[in-house]
Design a protein around this ligand. Structure first.
Ligand code: NDP
Length: 330
């Protein structure tokens, strides 16, 4: 059997390249479950993998795609049988194990999560790893005890994948959301998603003071660097910040002042190796708490071949909302 896939490889001269290829099923890696992939998406990390801009791919050749949704075709794993609807995020898939930008994937059954009732395979990838990470951030704030009555929640990188889903979730849960963006022209879009207020990301992205006016009961930060430092410096007494991204930079040029003078808490959010129980909770919550009509409205569908260009576009900040890759459309 053959299938189409986006393959990352190095040529004879060691040059990095990504291209669409037809593969035989013998090319599938080891694993106890084979999945017929229906949808994948383009995450920031997929952009890095497709363009080679950062060394996220650690094995060649490799099918790209850090997440997918689809239907089990074959299984020797006790939990899964043919016909089961599944979703996968992370675990090194699309980095060191062939991933979701191919029509077939073979993975460990322990990595799979059942697709909750009420979510289609397309909606699952419209949520994608970005949306699932946004849910992990929201759950961290909730577990900290941040409630809608406590005050504003800042969401940075508002027009990105994490940002759009975080705004939508928080808005539906009753929080007052302040969205920080470099694309103020999209303010109306962000308000329709659930933001009460939109601010220019320039307010947060330059080097700032160790402490500023207390503004946020909670923060979902997808940006890192000075933005994260300034978000911490302006978080209210005993508030919480959930940090998941590095769109501005990997550095964290902050001081301890907000931690030791205001008792704020900084939660690190990792989606890749998150334990199964947390993943299942996040996916159940997404099925329950996300406005799926809004999700559908911000989702654009592309073919497998178009994933190569979309990988560059996400790094260039040209993607608004969610892009799903209809993998069956080669
Ligand atoms: P996107 O590219 O979709 O969104 C990132 C957003 O950040 C952009 O849309 C833009 O928002 C903003 N941004 C971009 N560049 C800058 C800059 N130089 N300074 C300030 N803001 C900037 O990515 P995702 O939402 O999918 O992911 C966001 C981050 O989270 C990435 O760094 C990604 O690697 C990380 N991530 C981490 C995960 C984890 O497990 N921890 C899982 C998933 C993602 P706007 O145009 O509104 O300003």
């Amino acid at each position: 059997m053959t299938f189409q896939a986006i393959v990352i490889d190095k040529d004879a001269n060691g040059r990095y390249r990504a291209e669409q290829r037809v593969l035989a099923d013998e090319a599938l890696p080891e694993g106890d479950v084979t999945v017929g992939v229906q949808y994948s998406t383009i995450n920031y990390k997929d952009g890095l993998a497709i363009t080679g801009k950062a060394p996220v791919v650690r094995k060649f050749p490799l099918v790209a795609g850090i997440d997918f949704s689809g239907v089990v075709e074959q299984s020797t794993h006790p939990e899964w049988k043919p016909g089961d609807r599944v979703v996968l995020n992370g675990w090194g898939v699309g980095e060191s194990h062939s991933g979701g930008l191919g029509q077939l994937a073979r993975v460990k059954g322990d990595w799979l999560v059942p697709l909750p009732d009420g979510l289609s395979a397309r909606q699952a990838m419209a949520i994608g790893t970005a949306g699932y990470t946004a849910m992990l951030c929201v759950m961290a704030l909730e577990k900290h005890g941040v409630r809608p009555a406590d005050g504003d929640i800042l969401v940075t990188g508002a027009n990105g994948g994490v940002g759009t889903v975080a705004i939508s979730l928080l808005g539906k849960l009753g929080y007052r959301v302040v969205a920080s963006t470099g694309r103020l022209g999209e303010a109306e879009f962000l308000k329709q998603l659930g933001a009460a207020e939109v601010i220019d990301r320039g307010e947060l992205s330059a080097p700032g003071k160790p402490l500023g006016k207390e503004r946020w009961a909670g923060v979902v930060d997808a940006v890192g660097s000075h933005t994260l430092a300034n978000a911490c410096a302006t978080t209210r007494y005993r508030g919480a910040v959930a940090a998941c991204g590095l769109a501005q930079g990997m550095d964290f040029p902050a001081s301890v002042a907000p931690f030791i003078l205001r008792g704020i808490t900084l939660y690190g959010i990792d989606s890749v190796m998150a334990p199964q129980a947390l993943r299942r909770e996040a996916w159940q919550r997404l099925a329950r708490d996300l406005d799926l009509a809004k999700l559908d409205a911000i989702t654009r569908e592309i073919s497998l071949g178009e994933a190569l260009q979309a990988g560059q576009d996400i790094l260039d900040g040209k993607i608004r909302g969610r892009v799903v890759v209809n993998v069956s459309n080669g």
